[in-house]
Write a protein that binds this ligand. Structure first.
Ligand SMILES: Cc1ncc(COP(=O)(O)O)c(C=O)c1O
Length: 436
């Protein structure tokens, strides 16, 4: 029996009989119809009515002229980054990436799929610290980064957990320095942001924009992604690159490196069935966020914040941040962690272990990219300057690292839209018991 089930603090709580997931697919039945239709009509390929329909419907919903359906959000981010690299630095040789050693400013607290395409394209990611208001890229840190590296011309910005970042300020900094933006809206489909007084969807806010239909996203195709743009030239190029870069010849003729990144018409059928439920899913996720906020308000924690005046998140994941003085001891190594119980306090390690013991799934905050072993040698810029090597053996000082702090004190809560209110109350109760 798990140690938590014997712990007197949790007396009377029973494990959930069915696992409560962090965020699992929610099917409605229409998906089957479009998948069956594809099979019945023999359009079991990377062309077909489902692909055409999801591209058109989502372009209309999001408010862009063109949407190109791809095999994954990662594929969309790769081709978006490649387009940006080609625009900035010209066409690359077949064995080289378009970013050829150039630095690219990148969101730090995000999934590595946001920024790995910079490496695929032979660029060097420089990580920009996070702000506390939305947990996204800090405009002040971005400004500082341009002071240190004035030649940089590309910025990759993700919206964390469905909460739009401070795009007006970030765009102003990028514009002032002539930099292009790759927008990673993988987690934020349906989230809205007030840019210069006008509401717009995330996925329209960069020069090259991407969304994902991964199994855990707000709507899903089991996998899949999309590149979004107002530029016909860019849309055509991504469509060409994603289908092996064929030239207009009767045979297979290639002048550019190609990829097999197009979406399948079967996957598109699932997405086609999901699209009508996007707004319903957002409403359910919002209700989950608000129930947590209310249920946890007496604890020394805060929910993941957003700018209520200028943004409408899609509330994909509900998260919490423990107050600094309510943190029980908790240390993390590269692959293991240790935490200790302390009265009146808790830690992400303890809460996630407790939730898991009662058959529910939470998750640590994305470990910041600048802390990842693979990117340890890359620059990291905070609002104060370089975030690396700022301690001094001789002089007392400090260094801010907002991303590391949110990773240390935060966690993602079970946010599945099929979770009942009673089940969510159970999660809220488990979290309360952790603070006993
Ligand atoms: C922020 C972010 N970017 C990119 C991706 C990659 O999308 P995909 O899994 O569709 O390749 C994901 C999720 O998977 C994500 O959360």
């Amino acid at each position: 029996m798990h140690v938590f089930l014997k712990d007197p603090r949790f007396r009377g709580i029973k494990p959930f009989s069915n696992k409560i997931w962090l965020s699992s697919p929610t099917m409605h039945g229409d998906e089957q119809r479009w998948v069956d239709e594809a099979i019945r009509t023999n359009w079991v390929s990377t062309v077909g009515a489902n692909i055409n329909e999801v591209e058109k419907t989502l372009a209309d919903y999001i408010g862009v002229r063109y949407a190109v359906a791809l095999s994954a959000g990662t594929a969309a981010l790769h081709l978006a980054t490649r387009l940006a690299g080609e625009k900035l630095y010209g066409q690359a040789r077949p064995n080289a990436g378009t970013l050829g050693g150039h630095k690219v400013f990148c969101s730090d607290v995000t999934f590595d799929a946001s920024i790995n395409p910079v490496a695929y394209e032979d660029g060097e990611a420089v990580f920009i610290d996070t702000e506390y208001d939305t947990w996204n890229m800090s405009p002040a840190a971005l400004e500082k980064a341009f002071e240190l590296y004035p030649d940089v011309r590309l910025v990759v910005i993700a919206h964390l957990y469905g909460t739009p970042g401070k795009m007006e300020e970030l765009k102003a900094v990028c514009d002032a320095h002539g930099a292009l933006i790759v927008e990673d809206a993988a987690e934020s489909l349906g989230a809205k942001y007030k840019l210069n007084g006008h509401w717009a969807e995330t996925g329209t806010l960069g020069d090259y924009n991407c969304i994902s239909f991964n199994g855990n996203k707000i709507i899903t195709g089991s996998s899949g992604g999309m590149f979004l743009t107002d530029s016909k030239v860019d849309a055509d190029k991504v469509r060409k690159w994603s289908t092996q870069s064929r030239e207009a010849a009767p045979w297979y003729q290639h002048e550019e490196i190609g990829y097999n990144y197009r979406m399948s018409n079967i996957i598109a059928g699932i997405i086609r069935g999901q699209i009508p439920y996007l707004d319903e899913h957002i409403a359910q996720k919002k209700a989950i966020y608000e129930r947590y906020k209310e249920g946890l308000k007496d604890l020394p924690v805060n929910m993941n914040p957003f700018d209520a005046e200028n943004s409408l998140p899609n509330f994909w994941l509900s998260c919490l941040l423990i107050d600094p003085d309510a943190m029980a001891p908790h240390v993390r190594g590269e692959q293991e962690e240790l935490w200790q119980q302390e009265s009146g306090k808790s830690s992400p390690g303890e809460i996630l272990s407790a939730i898991s013991a009662f058959n529910a799934e939470g998750r640590p905050i994305w470990k910041p990219m600048h802390m990842q072993p693979i990117y340890r040698t890359h620059a990291f810029i905070t609002s104060e300057g370089s975030g690396r090597g700022q301690s001094n053996a001789y002089i007392a000082g400090h260094s801010t690292d907002v991303g590391a702090d949110i990773f240390r004190r935060g966690l993602c809560l079970p946010s599945d839209n099929k979770m009942t209110s009673e089940q969510q109350d159970g999660i809220i109760e488990i979290i309360h018991r952790c603070f006993i």
